[in-house]
Design a protein around this ligand. Sequence first.
Ligand code: A3P
Length: 276
Amino acid sequence: RGHLWPTMELWPKGYDWNKWFEELDNNFAARPDDLYIASFPKSGHHWSFEFINMIYNGNADSVNKSKLENFFEMHEIREIEEMPSPRILMTHLPYDTMPQDVINKKCKIICIMRNPKDVCASHFNHVRGIAEYKYDGDWNHFFELFLKGEVENGPWLSHVKDWWTHCKDNPNVLFLKYEDMKHDLFANIKRVGEFLGKTYDDDLYRKMAENSNFDVMKKNAKAKELPGIFKTTDGTFFRKGKIGDWKNYFTVAQNERFDAVIEKELKDTGLKFQYE
Ligand code: A3P
């Protein structure tokens, strides 16, 4: 399953993915009160980590730690086993590599999805910004890699389609879209709170939305990133935070090709994305 990370020999350093999956198969036990936040990279994972922690903590204070500290596949299984309950585990694993125990134990899962054109543009900046990738390809080069699925965690299309088809009718799984969160963060945070069984009043949900909006999070970016991973001091986990930035990257021809591949495949799934 190491093929899922074609560029991943760069990160996390020295990881033996086959060993990690072997450990996962043999030694991992899900706990019924685990919460998994699943997404393809660059879909709003850090953002959701922020407000979900607020919901867990019952206040609107920033958690001031990196999501990477709770990153499932970045930890050894014994470290995950040592985490106190309730665990929030952030993951980019494709559905078919998730331990079945998570589904069997009816753990709650939140799936975050974002329109793939913005994911692609965001991903391009991400791999160029993180020193360890040693990637200095241009946009046209990266665009082809993305369409072929030769990026971190493999093809976007199968990642999103698999999570959706397997979980859309599972009451323990909540799907959130980046674009919906941009349009109405308060309503979406409240949805998550209700999904997690909380009964907070709207004032608190409103405060959580204010404190996890893009500008606030960007200002506080340093506390949320592992030191030294970016080539620049710009926090690339908090770059632009907009819908439609892809228009600054895609040529007309690239856009047409992208639509022909992606939209065709999504047609029968009922999944729709907003691009602007
Ligand atoms: P851009 O690169 O388009 O700006 P992830 O956390 O999954 O890696 O996703 C990163 C993307 O989410 C980046 O997109 C980042 O700017 C955006 N993002 C982070 N925090 C956000 C927030 N509070 N509101 C909106 N977008 C946010």
